[in-house]
Write a protein that binds this ligand. Sequence first.
Ligand SMILES: *Cc1c(COP(=O)(O)O)cnc(C)c1O
Length: 389
Amino acid sequence: MIPYGRQDINQDDIDAVSEALKSDWLTQGPAVPRFEVALGEVCGAPHVVATSSATAALHIAALALGLGPGERLWTVPNTFVASANCGLYCGAEVDFVDIDPLTRNMSVPALADKLEAARQTGSLPRVVIPVDFAGTSVDLQAIRSLANEYGFSILEDASHAVGGRYRNHPVGDGELADISVFSFHPVKIVTTGEGGAASTRSEELATRMRVLRSHGITRDAAAMSGVNPHAANEPWYYEQIDIGNNYRMTDFQAALGTSQLRRLSHFLARRQEIAARYHHILRDLPVIRQFVPDDTYSALHLYVVELTDDVKRTRRDVFRSMREQGIFVNVHYIPVHLQPVYRGLGFKPGDFPAAERYYERALTLPLYPGLTEAMQDQVVEALKRAIDG
Ligand SMILES: *Cc1c(COP(=O)(O)O)cnc(C)c1O
C-alpha cells in the first residue's frame, strides 16, 4: 500500500523526543520557545506562537484579530474544514470566495467583486483567510492591496506551505499577512504529531495569542487589570484577563519539531524532485496539475491532478481502481460549503462553481520524501490502467 502522504522520522527525531522525555518538562517548557525561534528563522517572522494544532492556532489568531459575533470571516471552499470553522468558534458569520481554477487558490477578482458588493450593503469581512493550497502561495500582494482598501485583516492558512516562498518573501514572514498559520500534522511538510503555530510581525498580536493559548491567563504585571493592587508583590499571582483555551504544545512535540525543521530543506528538495518527475512521466496522460507562478516556490504538500474531459471514466471509478491497486489516492477537498454544517447555514451546490468543478475531477497522488522512483512508477502505471479502464 502506498499512502498519499507520510511522515519521515529518523533516529535524530527519536533521540530528540527521548531527551525531552527525560527532562523536567513534559508540557510546555523550554523546548517550545526553542521550536518557536527555529520556526521564526525559517519563515522570517519575529514572533511565533506554537500551539496544539493548526486548528487551535487559527482559532486564537482569529480571536486576536478581533473576530466575534456580528463580524464576518471569508475563506475558500477548497480547504480543510478548519479554515472556516474558526469563524464559527468565534461566533462570527462565515462566507466563501471562489477559487481560481488554475492555481486552485482564492480568486483575487472574485474577492474584489465580493468586497465591492459587501461595501454597498455594509457587510465587509473583518478577517479573510486565504489558503496556500498544496503549498503554493496565494497572491498575497494583491490581497494586501485589497485589505488596505477595504480594511480587513489577512489570516493566511499556510498549513501546507512551511518553507515555501512567494516572490521575495518566505511564507509566514508577516510582511503581507497579519498572521500566518502552519500545521504539523504527520501528513504535512514537517511534523510534531499534532501541532501548529502562528507567525506574525506584531508583538501585540503575538502577546494576545500567547494569553489565549493558555486559558486567557497572564503573569505579566503590565498586562494585568489592576484589580489586585498587590499583584507585583505576590510572586504566585496570575490573572485571567480573557477567556482562553488550553492550546499549548508539549515539550516533546516541540523537540520533535525542532529536529524535523533541521531537515526541512531536504524534505522540500525531495518534494521538488518527486513533483518534477511526476510532471515528466505524466506528460502524456489526460491530467492537469496545479499552476505554480514563476515567482513562487511551492512547498508541494500535495500533488493533485485533475482528470480532463478526455477521461471517459468517472473520478469515482478512477479513485476506486487506484485504491484496489494499492495506491491510497485521496481527494482534496470536498468544498467546505457543501458540508452538512455549512448547508445548514444556507450554502448549496452551485454557490462556488469553480471549487465544485475542480472537486469533481481532482485526485491527490502520493507525494512524500520516502516515495521512491519505483513506487512513483507504480503510481503512474496504476493511474494509466485506472484511466483506460
Ligand atoms: C491540516 C490543515 C488544517 C488543520 O491542521 P491541524 O494541525 O490538523 O489542526 C487547517 N487548514 C488546512 C488547509 C489544513 O490542511
